[in-house]
Design a protein around this ligand. Structure first.
Ligand code: HMG
Ligand code: MG
Length: 304
């Protein structure tokens, strides 16, 4: 399979990253983060979520973030919503694109959404109805594609079934998430082949976390399977509250460096993302998790 000539990066740091960071950030900083990432050329910046603040207190200010955001023409700013209540709150904050999420495993569904997989799909019907009536685009996530912190192994046919259901309900793109970062390249290829037996490659995105250091190898394997959309997080922000030791998403800077080397275009300015990664990491009181980000930072400090 030919590798794609260009790749779309979906920046999820302000949502998937910050939802798992213990450091509290003021709304103004979150707004600046989203705006800087968009200014760096990222075509999609997931800017927050409208979930229960009891479950994810870090995302409680998302309405304010969306209200204060200056949107760039041509950039998408989706918000994650779990149910109708979340969608209604998102609409009133000016959100015009959403992402919904289900799990390939039963255990994670119950932990993350407080319901079974079947119930989670049924609950989304209202969400799709309202979003459809308002002409909103809906992206879908399937979590735990390569393993579940509660159920262990997850067969690719389970991923395929959930991806097909989300596509049938109207998701324009399905992001397959290795939520706890356990998958390896051969496994990832098998999952992609299983899912693309039914769905066109163009509708599939891959979403890797880097817990076992397999993130970039999995991106390369996915590129070789013809996948051209990847989710990543500036500075590798994040983690998973239900998977002790799980790290954040693969770092946007690292993915950009890989793609540059492969001659694959993204339209994103790596140095601007890296500077944003340093800035947000220092505000969180830690070092960037991006290896490319650290290398570029060292180069700047050396006057290079
Ligand atoms: P529940 O407890 O069953 O909800 O949780 P409920 O309907 O019984 O309501 C309980 C309370 O929550 C009520 O408030 C509701 O009003 C409120 P109370 O009467 O007790 O004061 N509530 C809400 N508040 C604000 N916004 C809402 C909302 N809905 C209900 N939308 C629920 C069910 C879905 C709400 C909960 O499980 C939840 O919020 N889950 C979201 C968890 C989450 O955000 N996880 C992280 C995102 S998924 C992810 O990161 C994976 C991904 O990155 C891909 C990957 O890595 O694989 C996408
Ligand atoms: Mg994630």
């Amino acid at each position: 399979m030919e590798m794609p000539e260009s790749v779309k990066i979906v920046e999820v740091g302000p949502r998937d990253g910050l939802q798992n960071e213990s450091g509290e950030l003021p709304v103004a900083v979150k707004v600046e983060l989203v705006e800087r990432l968009a200014a760096a050329g990222l075509p999609v910046v997931e800017a927050g979520s409208f979930v229960s603040p009891k479950w994810v207190p870090q995302m409680a200010g998302s309405g304010e973030v969306f209200r204060r955001l200056t949107k760039r023409p041509g950039t998408s700013y989706p918000a994650l919503v779990p149910n109708l209540k979340g969608l209604e709150a998102a609409i009133s904050a000016g959100v015009d694109e959403i992402a919904v999420f289900v799990s390939a495993s039963e255990g994670f569904s119950r932990q993350n959404l407080a319901c079974s997989r079947v119930e989670s799909l049924a609950r989304l019907r209202d969400v799709f109805d309202l979003a459809g009536a308002r002409g909103m685009k809906v992206r879908g996530y399937v979590s735990c594609i390569a393993g579940c912190p509660f159920d262990g192994d997850v067969p690719p046919v389970e991923v395929e079934a959930m991806a097909n259901d989300l596509a049938a309900m109207g998701c324009y793109e399905i992001s397959l998430g290795d939520t706890i970062g356990v998958g390896t390249a051969r496994q990832v290829r098998g999952i992609i082949r299983q899912v693309t037996a039914d769905l066109p490659r163009e509708r599939i995105a891959m979403h890797f976390h880097d817990t076992y250091g397999q993130g970039l190898a999995n991106v390369l394997a996915s590129l070789e399977e013809g996948i051209a959309v990847f989710d990543s997080s500036v500075a590798g922000l994040g983690g998973c509250p239900y998977a002790p030791g799980a790290t954040g998403n693969i770092a946007t800077e690292d993915v950009l460096y890989l793609l540059q080397g492969l001659g694959i275009s993204t339209g994103v300015d790596l140095s601007m993302v890296a500077e944003t990664g340093d800035w947000i990491s220092s505000l969180l009181g830690r070092r960037t998790e991006s290896r490319a980000g650290r290398a570029l930072q060292a180069g700047r400090q050396a006057g290079g």
